[in-house]
Write a protein of this length. Sequence first.
Length: 150
Amino acid sequence: MCKSKQNVRTAHLQGTLQASMIKAGNNPKGAKIMSEITYTKQADYLIPDLTLPTEPELPLGRYALMHRDYLEQHKRVTYLNLLTAGRLNAHLYQTEQTALQRLELLTKQLAAEQGVTEELKEKAPMQWLGMMNNIRSQAEETILSELIYN
């Protein structure tokens, strides 16, 4: 008999706790409360009709895809927050644009530092090509460590 009273109390307390968490005043971290959720019946189960917000389709390049994979595997919470808020594609597009701009800027700066000029290109094209490949690799490594995998 004591067990049944304890079970009733526990169930009553759980119901009270659940009801208090749903109230807008006790809303942790400003989570949105949906006014109504619709369901679709499949066999004996009711499946909620939930959809992600639509995002504009933006062209995503190499760096954006690498950053998306990194977020998905290593920064799961950030990835899911961006995805459910409908801002993932915009964030990835901005990351891609920033990476391309920084790659161009770093390449020019490193070329100037190392003395790689158009004169060298005319005099020794293979040496110029090797130095430019080195510079591009250095710039890309910097971008990957500072922007894409951070």
